[in-house]
Write a protein that binds this ligand. Structure first.
Ligand SMILES: NC(=O)c1ccc[n+]([C@@H]2O[C@H](COP(=O)([O-])OP(=O)(O)OC[C@H]3O[C@@H](n4cnc5c(N)ncnc54)[C@H](OP(=O)(O)O)[C@@H]3O)[C@@H](O)[C@H]2O)c1
Length: 375
């Protein structure tokens, strides 16, 4: 079946291969008696890659056939799905989890349930659902996924918030909660602060009463970006160059030195974050946008006893129960409803214009998340 949660990795490779055969080369699946889906095969459009490489070259828009449903399956019409750096890395073959090929791209998004199998208990037709794990393959118009690959989300939050909920805001929240015991008034420093994660960090930190020092790369329209991040709740926004200057020390006359630094970049930028940490503080690396290693000064490690840690949301999910993940999602939905957490700045792009969206997602200084819309 083409839709299979298929590419969510839970099924056997042979079946995956069958899933990716063009509709013309496959027989129609018999309809299972136990579900309420239409037995008519429907045309599914999906962004598929058969080899790892440059996304502009290896990703293709293909027509697939919708799978037959089993009793534990859910037929989902996808509504919107972002293009995140991890999706790009996965297509390039540089990610911690690589689904078997060929695969449908996309790890995040929101869909609406069309029909459910007879054993499905947690979602019903009309509900919105998001992936519970990486590798689902969300860049497609519809699919049949297994119930366990999905989590229902409330429909009273904006669609774009739901489409971008399960990766970046979750990562931001966990990093703020799990590494240092921060109290209202404490401060956090981060780089790539205009990233999806960075915007979530600013907003969640503000909701928790934490102050943020936000580092971004300089650009011609920097004031526009500073204003935008301050509108989200950023206390300070500084450029990478300003971060290196001695005068930045003045900032800490009015606020405590940060005990937590969130590193999305690596290289020199991470070395500077470490320099600004309070003694005993922690730097958590969750991204490597500069593609350079973290370099830590020996004296800072010895005399300030800094801690250097890493975080991967997928590992957190592996180590926690589905109920704990659900609780995290509901906490974030609560912040969204209260207006304390909005979707990142984004550009909506119809699925058929995916090449434009892929290209934009790999350009520097865009400051806008590309969201594929499926209608
Ligand atoms: N570990 C985890 O569990 C986890 C979870 C979510 C995300 N992530 C990772 O976090 C990172 C950000 O993801 P996202 O979805 O938030 O990204 P995003 O919204 O696409 O933003 C990308 C960010 O990276 C910056 N950037 C790009 N190239 C850079 C470079 N060479 N040097 C410095 N900054 C650079 C961009 O800044 P400009 O505007 O200056 O270009 C922008 O701030 C990715 O590496 C992603 O894989 C990890």
């Amino acid at each position: 079946m083409w839709g299979c949660g298929a590419l969510c990795g839970a099924r056997a490779p042979a079946q995956l291969q069958r899933c990716l055969l063009p509709a013309s080369r496959r027989h129609r699946q018999p309809a299972a008696a136990s579900f309420s889906a239409s037995a008519e095969p429907s045309r599914v459009r999906a962004l598929v890659y058969g080899n790892h490489g440059d996304p502009a070259k290896v990703v293709e828009l293909k027509n697939l056939e919708l799978a037959a449903m089993g009793g534990s399956d859910v037929h989902v019409k996808m509504l919107a799905a972002p293009i995140n750096p991890s999706d790009i890395n996965m297509i390039q073959g540089n990610y911690g989890y690589l689904p078997p090929l060929p695969a449908v791209g996309g790890n995040e998004g929101v869909g609406q349930v069309v029909a459910v199998g007879s054993h499905v208990t947690r979602v019903k037709p009309g509900d919105w659902v998001i992936p519970t794990n990486v590798g689902l393959g969300t860049w497609r118009t519809e699919a049949v996924f297994s119930e366990e690959a999905l989590l229902g989300v409330p429909k009273d939050i904006p669609l774009l918030s739901a489409a971008t909920l399960c990766v970046n805001p979750c990562t931001a929240y966990r990093m703020l909660m799990d590494f240092e015991q921060l109290r209202p008034g404490d401060s956090v420093i981060q780089n790539a602060s205009n990233s999806g994660v960075g915007q979530a960090v600013i907003q969640i930190a503000a909701a928790l009463g934490l102050r943020t020092i936000n580092v971004v790369r300089d650009r011609p329209d920097i004031q526009k970006l500073i204003d935008r991040l301050k509108n989200l709740g950023a206390d300070h926004v500084v450029t990478e160059e300003e971060l290196r200057k001695h005068e930045l020390k003045n900032l800490f006359k009015n606020m405590p030195q940060p005990r937590l630094a969130l590193n999305c970049v690596g290289g020199k930028s991470s070395t500077e974050l470490l320099r600004r940490l309070a003694p005993g503080g922690t730097m958590v690396t969750y991204g490597g946008m500069a593609k350079q290693p973290v370099v830590a000064s020996v004296s800072l490690l010895i005399f300030k006893n800094l801690k250097i840690r890493g975080f991967w949301m997928s590992k957190w999910k592996e180590d926690h129960s589905p109920d704990q993940f659900k609780e995290l999602i509901l906490t974030l939905c609560h912040l969204i409803r209260r207006g304390q957490l909005t979707a990142p700045a984004c550009s909506e792009v119809p699925l058929q214009d995916y090449q434009r969206a892929l290209e934009a997602s790999m350009q520097p200084f865009v400051s806008s998340k590309q969201i594929l819309t499926m209608c």
